[in-house]
Design a protein around this ligand. Structure first.
Ligand code: KG4
Ligand code: ZN
Length: 334
C-alpha cells in the first residue's frame, strides 16, 4: 500500500511550521514566525508566541498545501510536536492537529521536538545510517545523541548542557554586545570581520559528553562590560565567542563518534546554521574519517517538515497512533 501524505505541525516555540511529507520526500512546507514580536523583549514571550500560533496556524496549513499542490483531503495522517517546548504554544499546535485528524478521520502521531530535528536531515540526505551520532544545538538544547532506528529504537542521550544551551549563549552575549535578537545570526555576521584569537575566552570542557556555556557567556559579557565608555570591538568579540563555541561542540561530537565507533555525525538545530560550527565540524570530521551530514539552513531551524518526517517514519513503521486525548508534555524527556 502506498504510504500516506503526512501533515506535520510544529509550534513548540516561536515558529508556526507546517510540512507535508510522503515516503521520505518533502512535498511542501510553510512557516510563520513571531520572532519580530519578541525582539524588543530580548527573548521569546510565551503568551505572545501562543497567540501568534493561533493566528498563523490555519493560513500556514493552507500555504503548505498550496505549495505541495495538495488538498486537505489528500492528507492521510497528522503529526504534531507534543514537547518539549512552551506549554501554551504546544497547546495551540496540538489542538489544531487534533481537529484536523478528527475531521479528516486520519491517525494522529505525537512527535518529540528533538526527534524532529534529527529527522530533518533525512529530507535532504535520505535515511539516517544506523547508528549515527547527532549533535542537536539550538536555542533550547545542546545534546549529543546516539541514534539507531528513529521509528523503533529509543534515542540514547550521551550528553547535554549542564546550564545554558549554545544558542542561548549566542543570544545572550549578542545582547551584551548590543546586537539584535536573535543573536546567533547577528554574531555569525559580525564575526566575519573579526579575529577569533583576539579575546581570550574559556573553552569549557566538563566531563564525558556534557557541555557548559554559562561561564563562557559570563566571560564574554564581562569583556563587553569592561569596555564601558569605549568603542567595543564587536567583530573580534563575536569571532572569539563563535570560535570557542564551535571548538567545544565539534571536539565533543567527534570524540563521541570515535568512542562509539560511529562513522556518521549529523549536526542539526538552529546553531547548525553557524558558519564556523559548520566549517570546523567539516574539518575535524574529515581528519577523523567521519562523514558529516548537516541539513540546509531552512531545515536546521524549527519547521513543520521535520515533524512530518518523523510522522512519516512512524506511519511506515506501523506505530500505533496517539489517542485523541493525548496531552502536551512541555518538559518531555527523550
Ligand atoms: O532550532 P531553533 O530554530 O529553535 C530552538 O531553539 O529549538 O534554534 C534557534 C537558535 C537561536 O538561539 C539562534 O540564535 C540560533 O539558533 N542560531 C544561530 C545561527 N542561526 C540561528 N546561532 C549561531 N549562528 C547562526 N548562524
Ligand atoms: Zn528546535
Amino acid at each position: 500500500m502506498a504510504s500516506p501524505v503526512v501533515l506535520g505541525i510544529e509550534s513548540s516555540c516561536d515558529e508556526t511550521g507546517v510540512g507535508l511529507v510522503r515516503h521520505g520526500r518533502l512535498l511542501g512546507q510553510a512557516l510563520a514566525s513571531s520572532m519580530d514580536e519578541h525582539a524588543r523583549f530580548g527573548g521569546v514571550v510565551p503568551e505572545i508566541a501562543a497567540r501568534a500560533h493561533l493566528h498563523a496556524l490555519t493560513p500556514v496549513v493552507r500555504r503548505a498545501l498550496d505549495e505541495a499542490g495538495l488538498r486537505l483531503s489528500d492528507v492521510g495522517a497528522v503529526a504534531v510536536t507534543t514537547g518539549p517546548g512552551l506549554a501554551g504554544a504546544l497547546q495551540v499546535g496540538l489542538a489544531g492537529a487534533k481537529a484536523l485528524a478528527y475531521s479528516l478521520g486520519v491517525p494522529l502521531h505525537g512527535v518529540h521536538h528533538l526527534a524532529g530535528h534529527v529527522a530533518a536531515d533525512t529530507l535532504e540526505h535520505g535515511p539516517l545510517p544506523d547508528p549515527c551520532v547527532v549533535l542537536i544545538v539550538s536555542g533550547g538544547h545542546t545534546s549529543l545523541l546516539l541514534v539507531r532506528d528513529l521509528a523503533r529504537d529509543p534515542i540514547v542521550h550521551l550528553g547535554d548542557t549542564l546550564d545554558d544551551a549554545a544558542g542561548e549563549c549566542f543570544d545572550k552575549v549578542a545582547r551584551a554586545f548590543g546586537l539584535p535578537y536573535p543573536g546567533g545570526p547577528a554574531i555569525d555576521r559580525a564575526a566575519r570581520a573579526g579575529d577569533p584569537r583576539a579575546v581570550p575566552l574559556p573553552r569549557p570542557l566538563p566531563g564525558s559528553y556534557d557541555f557548559s556555556f554559562s561561564g563562557l557567556k559570563t566571560a564574554a559579557a564581562r569583556w563587553a562590560e569592561a569596555h564601558a565608555g569605549r568603542a567595543l570591538p564587536v567583530a573580534d568579540g563575536a569571532a572569539s565567542l563563535q570560535e570557542a563555541v564551535a571548538d567545544v561542540l565539534t571536539r565533543k561530537a567527534v570524540a563521541a563518534c570515535r568512542a562509539h565507533g560511529v562513522a556518521t555525525l549529523v549536526v542539526v538545530g538552529g546553531v547548525a546554521a553557524n558558519s564556523r560550527v559548520r566549517a570546523l565540524a567539516e574539518e575535524r570530521c574529515q581528519a577523523a574519517g567521519i562523514t558529516l551530514r548537516v541539513p540546509p539552513l531552512r531545515l536546521c531551524t524549527d519547521n513543520g517538515a521535520m515533524i512530518a518526517a518523523v510522522g512519516d517514519l512512524l506511519v511506515r513503521a506501523g506505530a500505533a497512533p496517539a489517542p485523541l486525548d493525548v496531552s502536551i508534555d512541555p518538559s518531555a524527556p527523550l
